[in-house]
Design a protein around this ligand. Structure first.
Ligand code: GDP
Ligand code: MN
Length: 392
């Protein structure tokens, strides 16, 4: 789960990390009140969306006059921000964060992330923080220092100083930044984060240290033990179909292609997507109904697939284990009738009660294409999309 910058900064503050003075506004009136309170310009206005790269996309601005402030905020709130991370989907800007502007001397990068490759949490530091950090990481990776953290020992003090010094940070700042590193790590562990990032962490002309930006993501599987974090969720920032799916315990992720997939089990979902790509098509989504899916969940899943206008053909690939093939078949037939689905549906079934499942589909009076195996199913998907397999 992601949260907004202003929410992430509230958390930093609770952990004793210095943040600029600021407030969130949802409309121009609120914004003008804050502007008065803060004693007028210059201020920094920042679009609150679940995405990084806002600065480069025009979502962060230093405004120098009241007129500019009004124009910028009026244009920003209610519009969408398209960053390198959001792609064409963008994110709605429902609020802005208005902050005192600071005179920046130096911008650092500080982050903690779940490092899957090394099976640990890693600390990442760079003395070249700011909006170009991805470029720094790509062109001069030696300027980004990564410290793996031994899970049983936790982050040790010497590792903090060593990492900051290796990153080329001045000794006098190392002393100031070390407590921030410790606090951020504590927050990361306490709240089961998957990412906690301060970019930039700045030194001002007055030699003060501030977290100027904050991005914190949480492990969804641990959210049940953090009601305080759950309450920060902003559904407006998420894909509406993904939100709908999560209500029904369906694991759904929107993708860019046009083959709607319904699968049980994440492994089978991966294999299905590989197969779709192999025949030259692109999956429109990843929909895993899980092992114990009910007819109702299958119906809700199909509803989601057909309400995505990108979907041109539906591919149902099920291995009947706990979910029996006849249960699935009944769910699909009911849903197809009820939703009056006009799209081609290609089904591959295997496992428990497969014969009964196939019989229900064949006797339904609907035009499903029942394939005998995954290869045939994928070929039928390509056929339905009129993809020339020689070219694929
Ligand atoms: P991001 O692009 O989504 O990561 O947004 P950030 O919050 O990191 O803001 C982008 C950039 O705006 C920062 O890297 C800073 O260079 C600049 N910025 C943000 N706040 C201030 C400020 O108070 N003063 C100055 N001079 N620059 C700021
Ligand atoms: Mn940033």
């Amino acid at each position: 789960m992601k949260i907004h910058e202003y929410q992430a900064k509230d958390l930093l503050k609770k952990y004793g990390i210095n943040i600029p003075k600021g407030k969130k506004a949802r409309d121009l009136e609120e914004a003008l009140n804050i502007w008065e309170e803060m004693g007028g310009v210059p201020v920094i206005v920042k679009a609150q969306v679940h995405s990084g790269g806002r600065g480069r996309a025009g979502g962060v601005k230093l405004v120098g006059s009241k007129e500019e402030f009004i124009t910028y905020i009026s244009n920003l709130i209610g519009s969408r921000l398209y960053t390198e991370q959001t792609g064409d989907e963008g994110r709605p800007i429902d609020s802005v964060l208005i902050e005192e502007s600071l005179d920046i001397k130096k911008e650092f990068y500080l982050g903690f992330t779940v490092d899957r490759k090394n099976a640990c949490i890693s600390m990442i530091v760079s003395a070249e923080g700011g909006v170009e950090i991805e470029k720094v990481a790509a062109t001069s990776p030696d300027k980004v220092i990564v410290q793996n953290i031994e899970p049983l020992l936790g982050l040790r003090d010497f590792q903090i100083s060593r990492t900051l010094l290796l990153a080329g940070i001045d000794l006098k700042y190392v002393r100031r930044i070390s407590p921030i590193v410790k606090s951020l790590y504590r927050l990361f562990m306490d709240k089961d984060c998957s990412l906690a990032e301060i970019n930039p962490l700045v030194i001002t002309k007055e030699d003060e240290v501030f977290a100027l930006d904050a991005k914190i993501n949480f492990d969804d599987n641990a959210l049940f033990r953090h009601p305080d974090i759950q309450s920060l969720r902003d559904l407006n920032q998420e894909n509406p179909l993904e939100v709908e799916a999560s209500k029904h315990n369906l694991n759904y992720i929107k993708l860019k292609g046009n083959v709607g997939c319904m699968v049980n089990g994440a492994g089978l979902a991966m294999a299905t997507m590989d197969l779709i790509k192999f025949v030259g098509a692109e999956p429109a989504n990843f929909l895993d109904v899980g092992g114990g899916a009910t007819s109702k969940m299958i119906e809700e899943g199909l509803k989601i697939l057909v309400s995505d206008s990108d979907v041109k053909v539906i591919f149902i690939n099920i291995f009947g284990g706990i979910l029996r093939c006849d249960t699935l078949a009944r769910g699909v037939v009911d849903a197809a009738k009820q939703l009056n689905i006009q799209l081609p549906i290609i089904i591959r079934l295997e496992g428990t009660n497969v014969h009964e499942g196939r019989r229900i589909l064949n006797d339904s009076g609907l035009t499903f294409t029942v394939a005998k195996d995954m290869g045939e199913a994928a070929a039928k998907v390509a056929q339905a999309l009129e993809i020339n397999r020689d070219k694929a």
